[in-house]
Ligand binder design. Structure first.
Ligand SMILES: NC(=O)c1ccc[n+]([C@@H]2O[C@H](COP(=O)([O-])OP(=O)(O)OC[C@H]3O[C@@H](n4cnc5c(N)ncnc54)[C@H](OP(=O)(O)O)[C@@H]3O)[C@@H](O)[C@H]2O)c1
Length: 301
């Protein structure tokens, strides 16, 4: 039986990519619940972390045999869309090979795997997309993540969470909120695409919904994203509004003028009806989440 039948109390949870934006939010959420034994993993040797390098299957197997987890959050990935385009082999090794190895090991030890995927599995011609829509990725990042999803299709209990534009206040992160705040602080101009539409997603809520989905034994694909679809430029404006910043450093530009190597899904976004049907609630839109973030961190700006 997959989690949580196995070791319901004090389940052992391995978080791969625990230092990243999503992984660290998952760790915080699990910590707050107090009924999990948490094992953080990183591809770099460091204190308090198990070594799990998805490009080195031996490190993954070793961690699994030491921990024998009940639940595995797979947040480790090659996440830079532009660099993935330039380093295709590495993108597939990490984003497709990683889930394959982790899925196999989870099946062997009957652990539940929760894999984080992306709206970039779609081409962005006619979004927003539901969990049932046919993917058609247009970048190496999107293609490699879709391969990762497919490699978990036959793993019992596997949960695939598609998300996008994840943000939180996190000085270590280069998430879009931090990019806007940093540019504003330095007084630098920032070019922001006006034609890329998707749902900005607060990392704190993403983590809470993800843990709840796992606890409720959900499996298959779930879109876990903020409830509002907006252009990246409108998101930047909302950040300025919520943080009391002037917005004259923002320059709205079409994506084609940004000179990006990887194509972006433009009319993208993910539908949140499935999560609403099953949870009776959706994740917050930026206009509500951003002021909460500002307040939590003591009026950042
Ligand atoms: N952030 C978003 O907007 C967004 C949107 C859609 C989907 N996602 C998905 O959500 C997941 C987490 O994203 P994130 O935003 O947290 O990314 P992130 O902040 O870039 O973190 C990625 C993590 O991957 C780990 N990692 C890198 N190379 C690794 C390797 N060889 N083996 C094992 N782990 C490795 C890194 O930790 P170490 O260097 O310590 O190993 C890091 O913690 C990813 O699967 C991503 O595709 C994110």
């Amino acid at each position: 039986m997959p989690f949580p039948e196995k070791n319901k109390k004090n389940a052992k949870v391995l978080v791969i990519g625990a230092s990243g934006q999503v992984g660290s939010s998952i760790v915080r959420t699990l910590n707050a619940k107090k009924n999990y034994k948490i094992f953080k993993a990183s591809s770099a040797p460091q204190k308090d972390f198990y070594l799990v390098d998805l490009t080195r299957p031996d490190t993954v197997s070793k961690a699994f045999s030491k921990i024998n987890p009940d639940l595995v959050f797979l947040c480790g990935a090659f996440t830079n869309v532009e660099t993935c385009q330039a380093q295709q082999e590495k993108a597939y090794i990490l984003n497709a090979g990683g889930p394959r190895i982790v899925g196999r090991l989870c099946a062997e030890c009957r652990a539940k795997v929760i894999f984080f995927s992306t709206e970039y599995v779609f081409d962005g011609k006619n979004g927003p997309y539901s969990e049932e829509d046919e993917p058609n990725p247009i970048s190496i990042y999107g293609k490699s993540k879709l391969e990762g999803e497919k490699s978990l299709a036959n793993v019992k209990g596997a949960l695939i969470i598609r998300t996008t534009v994840v943000y939180n206040y996190d000085i270590k992160s280069k998430n879009f909120l931090m990019q806007v705040l940093n540019k504003a602080e330095r007084g630098e101009k920032m070019r922001v695409p006006l034609d890329q539409y998707s749902n900005p997603t607060w990392a704190v809520e993403l983590a809470k919904f993800s843990v709840e989905l796992a606890e409720r034994k959900k499996e298959g694909i779930y879109n876990v994203v903020g409830s509002q679809i907006m252009s990246r430029y409108d998101f930047a404006l909302e950040i300025c509004r919520s943080f009391g910043l002037r917005n004259n450093f923002l320059q709205a530009v079409p994506t084609e003028l940004l000179g990006q190597k990887a194509r972006r899904p433009l009319r993208a976004g993910l539908k949140t009806d499935k999560i609403f049907r099953e949870f009776g609630r959706r994740l917050l839109p930026p206009a509500i989440a951003l002021p909460k973030i500002n307040k939590t961190y003591g009026n950042i700006v």
